[in-house]
Ligand binder design. Structure first.
Ligand SMILES: *Cc1c(COP(=O)(O)O)cnc(C)c1O
Length: 360
């Protein structure tokens, strides 16, 4: 018998399950389960990565100065208030590690990102799950859940898997309503797809207790490379930097991310394609009698009659080589989350749905 005991909380962690990527016996699989960019990675970033690969024997910079400079320039932010991580997942981990621990509570919402409970248990804190109102973050419910032990509120905006956006005024009300010693984290992984949303930039610039996180995994098409960043008050970023490993990002990650963030044409092209195909998919779903909210992201949450119908549809999609995401763990057994693809891919999804509807 081992006497080696894990730290409190670790055994509470349910392993994160990524989106399925393969179907046995098929080589024409269309993966729409992880909100990846249908156009792939930007050529500018691929080129920068190949060039950086000539320097693999060199250690990367420890301060990420060039990447922070580029992000700051593009988004009009102070580079000294930016921290970069191995995906925004790592930035969220820095936040939880730096500002909470055993005995503390971290609030997240019912349909928030499924990585949050993993990160909360990782640091030994206690997750407090707050309901949403009709698939939209409920500010009053969050404020009501705050206790003396609350240290952090983790918010996905726009939501995943809901795709809904909490408007600026409500975000402001939330920030204003929280005690000064509670940190509000705005996870803006899908910001670039949300019309008119600043990703929490204004709040993270002005408020002493707000941090926003962003990623290169979605609109920048670099999910396989793992880069994300956070922005907030300098004193909080400085605390987080102390627990960041000095070489957390490799030379190729840094080079590709810098090229990608400067590639504004790419972002525009991807956002425009997404708007077009998302409208097409939402329109088709509704025409076929499938409920879905307006989405501010690169995916759509399709709500079917019940869990059995969602499960059946999942099988129908797979029979046609299409992988979508079941979202039972997110509190939606009756729904499927479908990533918005390009025109041809969206056509394939709609064809399968139409065929299913004609048969039932
Ligand atoms: C995809 C996603 C992320 C991005 O995570 P990375 O670690 O940057 O790949 C963060 N938050 C949410 C809600 C997401 O859906």
């Amino acid at each position: 018998m081992t006497k080696i005991a894990p730290q409190p909380g670790i055994m509470e962690i349910a392993l994160y399950e990524g989106g399925k990527a393969t179907i046995d016996g098929r080589d024409d699989v269309l993966k729409l389960s992880s909100n990846e960019n249908p156009l792939g990675a930007p050529p500018s970033a691929q080129l920068a990565l190949a060039e950086a690969a000539r320097n693999l024997h060199r250690y990367p910079s420890t301060d990420h100065a060039a990447l922070r400079e580029a992000i700051g320039e593009v988004h009009g932010l102070d580079p000294a208030r930016i921290i970069c991580g191995v995906g925004s997942d790592e930035v969220l981990q820095f936040i939880c590690q730096a500002f909470s621990g055993p005995g503390d509570e971290i609030i997240h919402t019912a349909h928030g990102f499924s990585m949050y409970p993993v990160l909360i248990h990782m640091v030994g804190a206690t997750p407090v799950c707050v309901p949403e109102a009709e698939r939209v973050v409920d500010v009053d419910a969050i404020l009501a859940a705050v206790s003396d032990k609350t240290r952090i509120v983790l918010l996905t905006n726009p939501g995943n898997p809901t795709g809904t956006l909490l408007p600026d005024a409500d975000l402001q009300r939330l920030a204003d309503g929280l005690p000064e010693d509670v940190l509000l984290v705005i996870d803006g992984a899908y910001t670039e797809y949300a019309k008119g949303f600043d990703g929490g930039t204004r709040l993270a610039s002005d408020q002493p207790n707000v941090i926003m996180t962003r990623t290169f995994s979605k609109i920048y098409g670099l999910g396989g490379l793992r880069i994300g960043w956070g922005y907030g008050p300098k004193n909080l970023i400085d605390v987080m930097t102390r627990i960041r490993q000095p070489f957390n990002l490799s030379v190729v990650q840094l080079a590709a991310a810098e090229a990608a963030v400067r590639d504004r044409d790419w972002v525009e092209t991807c956002a425009a394609l997404n708007v077009q195909q998302r409208a097409r998919l939402v329109g088709a779903l509704r025409q076929l009698g499938v409920a879905c909210d307006d989405s501010q992201t690169n995916f759509v949450l399709a709500r079917f009659a019940d869990a059995a119908e969602a499960a059946a549809l999942d099988q129908v999609f797979q029979a046609d080589g299409i992988i979508v995401r079941r979202v039972i763990g997110y509190g939606f057994p009756e729904a499927l989350r479908i990533t918005v693809g390009d025109a041809e891919q969206t056509g394939r999804v709609i064809a399968t749905l139409t065929k299913w509807r004609e048969r039932t």
